[in-house]
Ligand binder design. Structure first.
Ligand SMILES: *Cc1c(COP(=O)(O)O)cnc(C)c1O
Length: 353
């Protein structure tokens, strides 16, 4: 028995094996991406995503290769002068660094682990960049903050990296103009594809900027997507598996409810442990999909050893948190029972060490 709590690549829905088999049998993987068969697949997949994830009908969905590629696409196609990047962890910082290579004026605004981003220094915001769910430390941007941001910067573009939250959180899409995620986290699919969900305002802005210098210039990607095609031969297998998955999962509202319930149970039990605690102190800043637990270096080392012996794959700490934290994914593809087993393991471990 293996329990996979790694926050990406992460547990894949077991039914995906059957979806791949079905794709082989249908021959869709051998069809070109300008064929009617592909266009139909692409179109129904977008429809299913909109209905299962409650995406507004006037937002567009495009498919690209990775979240990392989205960092580049946004820099190229949605920013003329400069963006402002708010981060408290490694992924937000990387996004800022990648942007600075293309647009050296991009501004980094870091904030503390247990606080909201500070908007005080922000003027003339063209595009504001946030990591909705910071996978490296288990923090999230609260709904309340998202609302304040939208109200205060109603003319700016707001972009959210939702790589470890899209398909887990019931997102309030109108709070952002660009949302993106790769599929190897909350979607519970194999790596190698990402989705970008964009608002009418973002589309208009990209048209004004009119950038067309790259194979992945957004306007070119969108033009293809509106015709249910892609700008290059895409990951057809993943699009097909995403299609079948979206047919079969519950609405995001029910999925998110279940994740929140598991989170509450998990943190209730966690409070009984002496040797481990969350690095995030406030519930509204604690991610619903990634938990980051801190302990003494020796305890963390021993925990990893014991966990491995019992078949639990836990996420390593990230960057500066490598040696004194572990990360645990609370992704939809992981069954409820696995959390009960994990909690029991942690309770036993805590007592014995
Ligand atoms: C995993 C992750 C990424 C990188 O995703 P890739 O698919 O490897 O490009 C970016 N941002 C966040 C928040 C992530 O969790």
């Amino acid at each position: 028995m293996q329990y996979n709590f790694y926050p990406g690549p992460s547990k894949i829905y077991p039914q995906v094996a059957g979806y791949f088999q079905e794709a082989m049998e249908l021959g869709i993987l051998e069809r070109n991406h300008r064929s009617k068969a592909f266009q139909e697949l692409f179109s129904t997949t977008k429809g299913l995503l909109k209905s299962k994830l409650n995406i507004p009908l006037d937002y567009e969905i495009v498919m690209v290769s990775s979240a990392t590629e989205c960092w580049e696409i946004i820099s190229q196609s949605f920013i003329q002068n400069k963006s402002q990047h708010f981060f408290n962890g490694a992924f937000g910082e990387k996004w800022c660094n990648y942007t600075q290579k293309i647009l050296p004026k991009a501004e980094a605004i870091s904030f503390g682990l247990n606080e909201n981003p500070s908007l005080q220094s922000v003027e003339n915001a063209e595009l504001l960049a946030f990591t909705h769910n910071e996978t490296s430390n288990g923090s999230a941007i609260s709904e309340q903050f998202q609302k304040q941001l939208r109200t205060k910067f109603s003319n700016s573009l707001i972009a959210y990296d939702a790589t470890s939250s899209m398909a887990g959180y019931e997102l309030d899409w109108e709070m952002g103009d660009i949302w993106y995620a790769s599929v190897q986290k909350c979607f519970g699919l194999p790596a190698g594809m990402a989705l970008m969900v964009v608002s009418p305002k973002a589309i208009m802005r990209a048209k004004e900027i009119d950038e067309s210098d790259h194979y992945n210039s957004f306007n070119f990607i969108l033009k293809n997507a509106l015709d249910n095609q892609t700008h290059h031969t895409p990951n057809i297998a993943n699009i097909f598996m995403l299609n079948r998955l979206m047919r079969n999962v519950e609405n995001i509202s029910a999925i998110h409810q279940n994740l929140k319930k598991r989170k509450e149970q998990f943190f209730n039990e966690l409070s009984k442990l002496e040797k481990l605690s969350s690095i995030i102190q406030f519930n509204e800043l604690q991610s619903d999909t990634v938990f980051c637990l801190r302990g003494e270096k020796d305890i963390i080392r021993k925990l990893k050893e014991e966990a491995e012996k019992e078949g639990f794959i836990l996420g390593n700490g990230y960057g500066g948190w490598k040696e004194n934290t572990i990360r645990i994914a609370n992704f939809p593809a992981i069954p409820n029972q696995h959390y009960i087993d994990l909690i029991n393991f942690l309770l036993r471990f805590d007592k014995m060490n």
